[in-house]
Design a protein around this ligand. Structure first.
Ligand SMILES: NC(=O)c1ccc[n+]([C@@H]2O[C@H](COP(=O)([O-])OP(=O)(O)OC[C@H]3O[C@@H](n4cnc5c(N)ncnc54)[C@H](OP(=O)(O)O)[C@@H]3O)[C@@H](O)[C@H]2O)c1
Length: 254
């Protein structure tokens, strides 16, 4: 299945996995609505994307810490993009480790809002606006952290476990509407989110993961991850996997 004539919303489009996804999907012919908070970084991502005849990309600034901004943002998309939206790749996320003493209600709320509540609100809006015979695919970036025991990851892990639970439980309802939903449970990926971990590891985080056996194949690249996303959006057989949370463990037992 080609992505020509398809239009996808990609959140977290300004950086890391989201940016790599925009580049990959655009190279396969799709039009992209790039969502992030900063117009300048979205424009930088846009500059790296192919844009051929029949493709039109849009940027949209939206703070996903505020799920209530999604309904007006979707209306804006409807007015600006004269074609149906074929799906969502939800890459926006807040990572980082937090010790229990700093896991305050407001910190948790901020993380849950970006990582989970806004994801759910997008699904609600997309399902409500979908044309009758159209197929839609939705992918969220989750993490192996949702089920591992890494210390200081409790807030992040809980937000990703919520995403995975939503994917499982919503799939039956969405399937009837011809909407297919997945999450990708990625191991550590080389992106700005993990770069900061280099500071805590002698020789770098990638080497640390390989040497300790925590992730024997080392950091995934953002291109590895966007390849899997491309598969889930383009394969005619991927809908049979709806409701699943698909691991990319890079050698980590899972
Ligand atoms: N890196 C990993 O090892 C790894 C592993 C497994 C899963 N994941 C997941 O993969 C996804 C992408 O991560 P990444 O590694 O690509 O991280 P990244 O490079 O840090 O990118 C995070 C993205 O989220 C966006 N974002 C953050 N807060 C936002 C907000 N309030 N409103 C709108 N957008 C917001 C950022 O956009 P702006 O700041 O420009 O607005 C940025 O584009 C995340 O959900 C992450 O949890 C990452």
């Amino acid at each position: 299945m080609t992505l020509q004539d398809k239009t996808y919303i990609v959140t977290g489009a300004s950086s890391g996995i989201g940016k790599a996804t925009c580049i990959k999907l655009a190279s396969e012919g799709a039009s992209i609505i790039l969502v992030g908070r900063n117009e300048e970084t979205l424009r930088q991502a846009l500059a790296d994307m192919t844009q051929q005849a029949g493709q039109t990309h849009y940027t949209q600034c939206c703070d996903l810490a505020l799920p209530e901004t999604i309904a007006p943002a979707m209306q804006q998309i409807k007015n600006a993009v004269q074609r149906p939206v074929d799906g969502l790749v939800y890459c926006a996320g807040i990572g980082g480790v937090i010790q229990l003493r700093n896991t305050k209600p407001e910190t948790l709320h901020a993380r849950m809002s970006v990582n989970f509540y806004s994801f759910l609100e997008y699904i609600r809006q997309l399902a409500g606006s979908k044309q009758k015979n159209q197929e839609m695919r939705i992918i969220a970036l989750s993490s192996l952290a949702s089920t591992t025991h890494s210390q200081y990851f409790s807030a992040y892990a809980a937000s990703k476990a919520a995403v995975e639970s939503a994917v499982r439980t919503l799939s039956a309802e969405l399937m009837r509407k011809n909407i297919y939903i997945f999450s990708i449970r990625a191991a550590f990926v080389a992106s700005p989110m993990t770069l900061c971990l280099n500071a805590f590891t002698e020789g770098g985080f990638d080497q640390h993961l390989r040497e300790t056996g925590k992730q024997p194949m080392g950091l995934l690249s953002t291109d590895h991850t966007s390849d899997f996303i491309h598969y889930l959006l383009s394969s005619p057989t991927a809908p049979y996997m709806t409701g699943t949370n698909i691991p990319i463990p890079a050698g980590t037992p899972c």
